[in-house]
Design a protein around this ligand. Structure first.
Ligand code: URA
Length: 230
């Protein structure tokens, strides 16, 4: 696509601004300043305007991992295996995790090099429900669902959690849907009732559901349709 069309397709620039950006030599393609409006932008060209990267120049990649217990949601850890150790892909260092899980939590983890996609997925304003399967030490009482729906006060952050939905599955198991991702949120919510979470497994994040063909530790690329859902 021509660079002038590429830029004016972005919501932030109109055609006149694009002309000016090119004349003022503020646009780079693959590191080289361009002023010709016909210059070609390809799918994997790197495009910068005023040193801001508008297109990375690398293919965007999105993966779904079934996180096993006993690994850290970090890119590096001196002691334990990390979720990125499970990903065998070129340019692994460019990847990041969209929505961390605790060491022993299992389930859906999304890994990508697409910063704006992961921001949309995790920013609190999006209010995407994250659904967890929970097993607890003590019986889950009927009062839990009411308290979780009303919101719980977290003194450390000085906030009240957003309404969360609890569906009882058994005396000590439930499915919980939360729209935020506060630090140890699920454990703290059950901790309010002095009930320890024994097993925690993330089933879905918004419309993205863990593929049940993936065993713990396995991953697969997201389909174009899945990527477009976010
Ligand atoms: N809430 C928790 O407490 N732990 C997780 O891993 C995810 C949500």
């Amino acid at each position: 696509m021509r660079v002038d069309r590429f830029l004016s397709n972005l919501p932030r620039f109109n055609r006149q601004q694009v002309r000016l950006l090119l004349v003022e030599k503020r646009v780079r393609i693959d590191g080289k300043i361009v002023s010709d409006p016909h210059a070609e932008v390809r799918e994997f060209s790197r495009v910068e305007v005023n040193d801001e990267v508008l297109q990375t120049g690398k293919p965007l990649r999105h993966f779904m991992l079934h996180k096993p217990a006993g690994c850290v949601s970090a890119t590096r850890d001196p002691q334990h295996p990390t979720v990125l150790d499970l990903i065998h892909e070129p340019d692994r260092d460019d990847l990041h995790i969209a929505g961390r899980l605790d060491f022993n939590t299992t389930g859906l983890m999304l890994i990508t090099n697409d910063g704006s996609w992961s921001r949309r997925l995790t920013q609190p304003q999006t209010k995407l429900p994250k659904v967890y399967y929970v097993e607890t030490e003590q019986v889950i009482g009927p009062e839990y669902a009411i308290t979780f729906m009303q919101g719980l006060y977290f003194a450390f952050e000085d906030l009240t959690t957003q309404p969360a939905g609890l569906e009882l599955l058994g005396p000590k198991s439930a499915r919980l849907s939360i729209v935020e991702g506060r630090y140890h949120q699920v454990k703290r919510m059950f901790g309010h009732f002095d009930n320890k979470v024994m097993r925690l497994h993330r089933e879905s994040m918004g419309p993205l559901v863990l593929d049940d063909r993936l065993k713990p530790g396995e991953y697969r690329p997201l389909s174009d349709e899945e990527i477009a859902l976010i």
